[in-house]
Design a protein around this ligand. Sequence first.
Ligand code: ADP
Ligand code: MG
Length: 280
Amino acid sequence: MGEFSAPILRVNKLNKQFGAGCSHCSGKHRQLDKNYCPVCATVYSCQDISFDLYPGEVLGIVGESGSGKSTLMRCLYFDQEVTEGEAYLTPYKDGSSNLFQESSQQKRFIRNHLMGKVYQNPVMGLRMDFSSIGNIAEKMIAAGSRNVAAMELRGSELLERVHIPVYRMKEAPKNFSGGMQQRVQIAKAMSNNPPILLLDEVTTGLDLSVQANVLDLIKHLQRELNISILLVSHDLGVIRMLADRTMVMLDGQVVEQGLTDQILEDPQHAYTQQLVHSML
Ligand code: ADP
Ligand code: MG
């Protein structure tokens, strides 16, 4: 936990909208219906999202479906382009360059070397017909690895670490259970030793016992490797289990952020109060 060190990732006023906006919704005091302009149908999925992520910390992002969590993660991983905003990564050009202004080639470098992402839907993160170890090799090749033997060794170490048995490494993820598919995604995301992991609803839809196992795995890996994690979930229980600090999103905006314990004990925003009370 690095509250006293400099952030590893700084995000400043990230905005993502779908649609061009109109005179009704473009002003400072726009009247939206949740995140949606009733006049021109523009969706304001992320509105002025700002936060810091510290080395070795887990920052939880919680909010109901449609609050903009996945859009935020997609923007940070360059799956989608932001409408506006800045992000600075300390391991990249000493944190001096806004990542969103970088060339697509540089973005690819950042994504392959400095970040790993696990998607809610494993189809988004894996090639279901490739071997599991081949999926991992793909990310290593994208980051410049060429030595097949070294990649096999690293891939099998990673799969062992996420508890995929050695004899199943050549099997395709389509043969695996949902929990195992998420484990392969986690192994792939970690393959280049990135300092940051983006986890988007990684356990949503899994059986509770499987969910607990995957969360436990994440917790152990995080402690062992001291990775910084952005952990997105609609489930406050998941956030409570893993996140040091938490950010609460509603309709594309951050309505509250602070230490997870404090948010659970003394939620300030009406929406957070409702979330906390519904968990008890
Ligand atoms: P969450 O992950 O919190 O459930 P999302 O980030 O998926 O929320 O969605 C946030 C909002 O953005 C929703 O209102 C959603 O309908 C909208 N949205 C997401 N992607 C698009 C898109 N490609 N076009 C239009 N609206 C979108
Ligand atoms: Mg989502």
